[in-house]
Write a protein that binds this ligand. Structure first.
Ligand code: AMP
Ligand code: TRP
Length: 353
């Protein structure tokens, strides 16, 4: 994206640090799992410092029932842990427990330009067919808070699905403009990490639409809370075309539903889409779908079971999130102090003692 923001100064090197977030605005989907969560676990296991956040402040940019939001935040935390996030190795917390996110977002609201916000496709999509003037101010400023999430930790890499690419470009623009306006080399120019076979998992009902936790049709998605029968039924009923699987990847062009199922299979099995096509060349969907269902159940059921077990002890989940927030705050607070100093705020208040 070109926002007219100036180029960065001589880059200083920042210690590699990964940050990413997921909104607790609904249950986790297979899209979240393959596009984000599974890759969060891989990054953690590579031994890089990893910080993962349930972005509850982002969630309320559209209306959330308070009790459901609390429940979904705990459920998402359970999903992260069940999928392999180890709260001892990664920092796992919910955004509202670290005040620096909202504080830095305010400063970024004063750095970013309104026009940058109106250009965001997510804002356009979420207000499409509605009166944009009647959406929350928070929905418009959403990307500024997202930039704050990342830059509050001076994170260098952000694993996300394809749909977040534009927001990450904006994060870079905000970092560059801040560095330029204040003549500092303070924020890193963060790299998006969009990789793997399933950076954009599509709806099971419409291969041109993203699988989303907010789609009104539950048949369009696989939820991490779905049991084995439900997963199998949804895959069996997934929309496809009548042709068998092609001999080569090229044959998936203009077949969005077929391509989506192949990509899901590839991501779940750890193969490339090309390998899957070679294995199933010429097979009808009547053969492929049951195999995909079997694979999905084998990979997802252990996560679902562990999630259900963890959800029986919400106090323990809250304890983990609280501890994660404390660790996050310990990284964030000194960075935020430097930001306040750079922008010219008097900071004479000291904690008691
Ligand atoms: P959200 O559910 O919008 O908070 O998204 C959280 C993370 O999951 C982001 O990194 C998204 O890019 C990723 N994600 C969400 N839906 C999908 C999808 N259908 N395919 C791939 N990644 C997704
Ligand atoms: N906007 C992201 C989404 O909807 C969620 C998010 C908020 C995020 N803050 C973030 C992702 C910081 C990565 C880094 O998917």
């Amino acid at each position: 994206m070109s926002t007219g923001a100036p180029a960065a100064q001589t880059p200083k090197t920042f210690q590699p640090r990964i940050f990413s977030g997921i909104q607790p605005s609904g249950g986790l989907t297979l899209g979240n799992y393959l596009g984000a969560l599974k890759r969060f676990v891989e990054k953690q296991d590579e031994g890089i410092e990893t910080i993962y956040c349930l972005v509850d402040l982002h969630a309320i940019t559209v209306w959330q029932d308070p009790e459901k939001l609390r429940q979904q935040t705990r459920e998402a935390a359970a999903g992260f842990i069940a999928a392999g996030i180890d709260p001892a190795r990664s920092i796992l917390f919910n955004q509202s427990q670290v005040p620096g996110h909202a504080e830095l977002a305010w400063i970024f609201n004063c750095v970013a330009r309104i026009g940058w916000m109106y250009r965001m496709t997510q804002f356009k999509d979420k207000t499409a067919g509605k009166n944009a003037e009647n959406s929350s101010l928070g929905l418009l400023a959403y990307p500024s808070l997202m930039a704050a999430d990342i830059l509050l930790y001076q994170a260098t890499h952000v694993p996300v699905g394809e749909d977040q690419k534009q927001h990450l470009e904006l994060t870079r623009d905000i970092a560059m403009k801040f560095n330029h306006d204040y003549k500092v080399d303070f924020f890193p120019i963060t790299e998006p990490v969009i990789e793997g076979a399933a950076t954009r998992v599509m709806s099971l009902r419409d291969g041109t639409k993203k699988m989303s936790k907010s789609d009104p049709s539950d048949q369009s998605r696989i939820n991490l809370t779905d049991d084995a029968d439900m997963i199998a039924a949804k895959i069996r009923k997934a929309k496809t075309d009548p042709a068998p699987l092609p001999e080569t990847l090229d044959g998936l062009k203009d077949r969005p539903e077929a391509k989506n199922l192949v990509n899901i299979y590839a991501a779940l099995s750890g193969q490339s889409a090309a390998q899957v096509v070679t294995e199933y060349a010429g097979a009808p969907f009547g053969t492929f779908k049951p195999r995909l269902a079997e694979l999905a159940v084998a990979k997802l059921s252990p996560i679902t079971n562990e999630m259900n077990r963890l959800m029986k002890d919400p106090a323990e989940i809250d304890r983990i999130l609280g501890q994660g927030a404390g660790r996050a705050d310990a990284i964030a607070a000194p960075i935020l102090e430097q930001v306040f100093d750079i922008v010219g705020m008097v900071r004479s208040r000291r904690p008691p003692g």
